[in-house]
Design a protein around this ligand. Sequence first.
Ligand SMILES: [Zn+2]
Length: 283
Amino acid sequence: MCVEREPYQTARAGTGQSGNGSRSLLIRGGLVAGADGVLETRDVRIVDGRIAPAGAGALPHDDVEVIDATGCLVLPGFVNMHSHSYGTLCRHDGARLPLEPWMNYALAGTANRTPDEILVATQLQAIEALRTGTTAVVDHIGGAVAGLAPVLGAYEDSGIRAAVAPMIGDIPLPDSVGLSAEDWPPGTGYGAPEFAQKPAAELLDDTLALRRSWTSPSGRVAVILGPSAPQRCSTDLLASVAEAAEREDMLVHTHLLETRLQAALTPRSGVAPGWTSWTERGS
Ligand SMILES: [Zn+2]
């Protein structure tokens, strides 16, 4: 990063949320790509949270914050379209393992987290994102859905834009990769209460309850639907997600065929009727 500023302030300026709604921001002397892709040294002016047209005259407010961007490239905020904030607190657990066995560590890492742990994990995610110029994230967040309110508050306070997709699935991990519980390596904790799957209806209800309980003061933080992956969700759950997406006008975020194993285990006729009927509707 070329400009040393608080990430919070950077994001507010970059996402249309200027502090008191009437300030102007002048990013002076940075390199900006024109319509033809050629870099030119230009000033960028942001008025009331929006980039002002070039040559639009003087800034209308006396309270102008100036950033010297000399020698820097001025870019729009990046968007991270897939992330898992819970991973900030268990980043090296199960390192170098293939995805499916690694997921045991992910499940263990998110089980029984306290609200403070959930809050800190999200804050770390937001800080890391903002420090790389990322002003919007999709967080496919694991853990018990009913306890995810701190995630929403942390993103709201950070200044970032976030779509929070509670990751839900009702098929146990061993079943999703074609193994019986007895075939699963001992010591992985399979069968422990923390790994028990809730029924499909309950998982979806928890997601919808979280959404209804949340109003984003800034309008930047939203709850969306997050079925974990087709092989980890029953037909009932996928069909319910599809129905809820239409009824509640909600976006859906999911994994799809992340590994060769998953591709090999997925029937060519379609992963699940609920899923395929939903995708065919083009939602
Ligand atoms: Zn993922």
